[in-house]
Design a protein around this ligand. Sequence first.
Ligand SMILES: Nc1nc2c(c(=O)[nH]1)N[C@H]1C(S)=C(S)[C@@H](COP(=O)(O)O)O[C@H]1N2
Ligand SMILES: [Mo]
Length: 247
Amino acid sequence: MIGRRKLILGGSATLLAGCERVQNWGPGRELLRTGEKLNGGLQRALIDRAALAPEFRPDQMSPVFRVNGTANPNTPDYNALAAGNFADWRLQVGGLVARPLRLSLAQLRSMPQRAQITRHDCVEGWSAIGQWQGPLLGSLLKLAGIRDAARFVVFHCADRIQGHTYYESIDLIDAWHPQTILALFHNGRPLDVGHGAPARLRVERQLGYKHAKYVMQVEAVASLDAVGLGKGGFWEDHHDYDWFAGI
Ligand SMILES: Nc1nc2c(c(=O)[nH]1)N[C@H]1C(S)=C(S)[C@@H](COP(=O)(O)O)O[C@H]1N2
Ligand SMILES: [Mo]
């Protein structure tokens, strides 16, 4: 019989084999090591969180991928950026990091990319399968030198909805997950405005509202207390959605 510990290590190896770049990540290793120290129930929870979302074949892609929520931020600032094909857009990576970054779209596109065909599940009851491509969120956090005190990653978006800037947050398990990317491409083309141009989060183990579109700023924080009303996202703060929307 294979013991639980063996299963866990086996699972980790499979996960890491899926993406070479993750193998050398300190935080990933640290997480797995921490996992070994936890008790059985917590270990199972950790393994569930680390599991990969299903990926699909190109022929399984939805012919139409619906646009939901904001379809165009339509603010003067955003419109000016869009008019210039986002050449002047800069992604800010800040908060609890050693090296705050301001990255252009060209810089982001020159980073190693991951492409994945996944199913998007919206809490409103629709799904769509599409391909997404972009650098791993973890690569950006590593580049910025995320600090040990960080526990969450917050995404600040360009759009306003019901009078509030859209924002969302995830924990570091999702942030380092090998399928969590800052998507720059959808179905092989640069993201269109409807799907979150120029960059949107894909956090494949979570429901649709966690996948922040129109990301302007990525912020590492120790706590969500000072983010919005304290629950970590627009829907969480204003409509009582769950912060953890794991699927
Ligand atoms: N900035 C921003 N991100 C957002 C939203 C939004 O309104 N604004 N809507 C969310 C919801 S509820 C869903 S289902 C998905 C929809 O993504 P799509 O338009 O690419 O289908 O984006 C999510 N991210
Ligand atoms: Mo959604």
